[in-house]
Write a protein that binds this ligand. Structure first.
Ligand code: ADP
Length: 533
């Protein structure tokens, strides 16, 4: 066959040489496949060539290449597997031919064949790894049948076509997978660093760029140790940390914690894990290091440890007091008069109260965290609550003047009265704690805005709060550098309770002049025609 010349065309070797050239020079499916079809038409005398390929799910045959088909007719040659002539060829892989396409009962687009006067035809399957993936139909506008040699040639061309298709599909898959991994790497919230087997930086994702302050083009090819200089977790330690260059034990080093250096010389605590990429010979080609910034986690751990220390200390103080008085009272030979005993017992009582409040605060905070707070929402007059809390708090105000500035009219809100008392008490306790003797503490309440809200201000003339503390003052365990006693839960609880009752809480403060803590609650308006609640 290599000696033969195709009928009316180039010798076979030359022809296949051209096809080979097409295959190596283009990865684009339409270019390569179209070129092969054109080569086939140069040696097989046909008026029309249609190549249909199965789509990826393998459900539809899509017209991929058409020669000799008027553009407006393209929509008429769509076929499903099993349907029509091409569909049958696809199903069983066997070629079909005949001399009257218009009359052939297997023809799917008979009307088109009649309109365009299509007569003689041959259809072969295009197979990939023995599986039919498409069909190739040649048509003549005359009854002259296709010869056995035409059929043989067409089958060879169909094999070349399948090579072009496979290459293009493979390329498509590789490109798609590359785009997918790039998207995953780019979108990852964790920092990702890729280094070669010698530790030179190959890639870095945007999250790591943000974490380190470096841009990939500035550090590509640099030794990763020179850039991120990993160090053991101990702050400021100069001991080299886990380095991808010390590869012998890299596999064991999943989720190690250490610090990496940023461009501006800061050390960021990270948790790192490694992935190793080997080449075909099994040699290490790349190390992928995934960094997770654990600054916040470290901060939380530190705050938790500090909190436990503070709570233990705060609980121990009243306990020590109780224990001290009890030991004195129980000591043999100690005889106290009634007045002294009573004073002792009052001190024991208020120490026990303090313990109780602290435990209440701890429980309330944990309920807020677990979102297990049960509220008894109801309408009530906020003025009564404010008056009640003020009179209750009076003995604890330690020489501060307490003033209630309340409207003459009822101030109805929709909230949980006990929880509102708790918020007011917390704010008053702080106001008294951080104000000097002889100053005033004013509780002001009014209805404001649309929708109508009740707004309560607790105004003190105390030490005030530095501006730098204000953004975090309502955070859990937050204590300022001026804190006197306390576990940093009071304002956290206030915010949690107010928010749970659909209100807002905020603070305005000036160092040396005092603070105003304010909160709002939904106002309650009596439904038309309803009596008293
Ligand atoms: P705690 O329950 O320990 O009192 P809080 O959450 O109530 O903690 O308060 C947190 C910190 O806010 C306090 O340690 C204090 O430094 C500051 N603070 C709260 N209220 C006032 C206030 N009225 N004046 C000045 N500082 C305040």
């Amino acid at each position: 066959m290599a000696e033969r010349a195709a009928e009316g065309g180039a010798p076979i070797p030359e022809l296949f040489g051209r096809v080979g050239h097409i295959l190596v020079s283009s990865l684009d499916l339409d270019t390569a496949l179209g070129g092969i079809v054109d080569q086939a038409l140069a040696v097989i005398d046909a008026d029309v060539a249609l190549v249909h390929l199965l789509d990826r799910p393998g459900q539809h045959l899509k017209l991929q290449i058409a020669r000799g088909l008027p553009a407006e007719a393209a929509s008429e040659v769509t076929i499903a597997p099993g349907q029509g002539l091409a569909g049958r060829v696809l199903l069983d892989g066997k070629p079909r031919h005949g001399v009257n396409l218009q009359r052939d009962p297997r023809t799917h687009f008979r009307a088109l064949a009649q309109r365009l006067d299509w007569q003689s035809f041959v259809a072969v399957a295009i197979r990939l790894h023995l599986q039919p993936i498409g069909t190739w139909l040649l048509v003549r506008r005359r009854r002259e049948p296709f010869s056995a040699q035409d059929l043989e040639l067409l089958s060879s061309f169909a094999d070349f076509a399948s090579l072009a298709i496979e290459r293009s599909w493979l390329l498509h898959t590789i490109v798609q997978e590359k785009h997918e991994s790039e998207a995953v790497i780019d979108a990852s919230a964790s920092g990702i660093l890729v280094v070669d087997a010698h530790g030179h930086i190959v890639n870095m994702n945007p999250a790591l760029e943000e974490l380190t302050g470096w841009q990939l083009p500035q550090v590509r090819g640099e030794l990763c140790c020179d850039i991120v200089g990993c160090r053991e977790a101990a702050a400021g330690s100069e001991t080299p940390g886990i380095c991808p260059l010390r590869l012998e034990s890299v596999e064991e080093r999943a989720f190690v914690e250490y610090r990496i250096r940023t461009r501006d010389g800061r050390w960021v605590p990270v948790e790192a894990s490694y992935g190793l990429v080997h080449d075909e010979d099994g040699d290490l080609a790349r190390v992928v290091i995934v960094f997770r910034d654990i600054t916040q986690q470290e901060e939380r751990n530190r705050a938790r440890a500090e909190f436990i220390a503070t709570v233990s200390h705060e609980l121990r103080t009243p306990l020590a007091l109780i224990k001290g008085y009890a030991t004195t009272l129980l000591s043999p030979g100690v005889v106290l008069d009634d007045a002294k005993t009573r004073r002792f017992m009052q001190n024991v009582n208020s120490a026990a109260d303090r313990l109780n409040w602290m435990i209440d605060d701890l429980l309330c905070a944990s309920r807020l965290d677990a979102e297990e707070l049960h509220l008894r929402l109801q309408p009530f007059d906020l003025r009564l609550t404010v008056r009640k809390v003020l009179s209750w708090f009076q003995p604890h105000a330690s020489r501060k003047e307490l003033i209630g500035d309340l409207p003459a009219e009822g101030l109805w809100v929709w909230a949980d009265p006990e929880r509102v008392e708790q918020v007011l008490l917390n704010l008053l306790t702080n106001a008294a704690r951080y104000s000097g003797a002889g100053t005033q503490i004013v509780v002001q309440a009014q209805l404001l805005g649309d929708p109508l809200r009740a707004v309560v201000h607790v105004i003190d003339q105390g030490i005030g709060i530095k501006a730098e503390h204000l953004p975090r003052i309502f955070d859990r365990y937050y204590l300022t550098d001026q804190s006197r006693k306390g576990i940093g839960l009071g304002l956290y609880i206030c915010r949690g309770l107010v928010k749970a009752m659909d209100g807002e809480i905020w603070v305005v403060s000036e160092v040396g002049r005092g603070s105003t803590f304010s909160f709002s609650l939904p106002a309650w308006t009596r439904p038309e025609g309803a009596g008293n609640p």
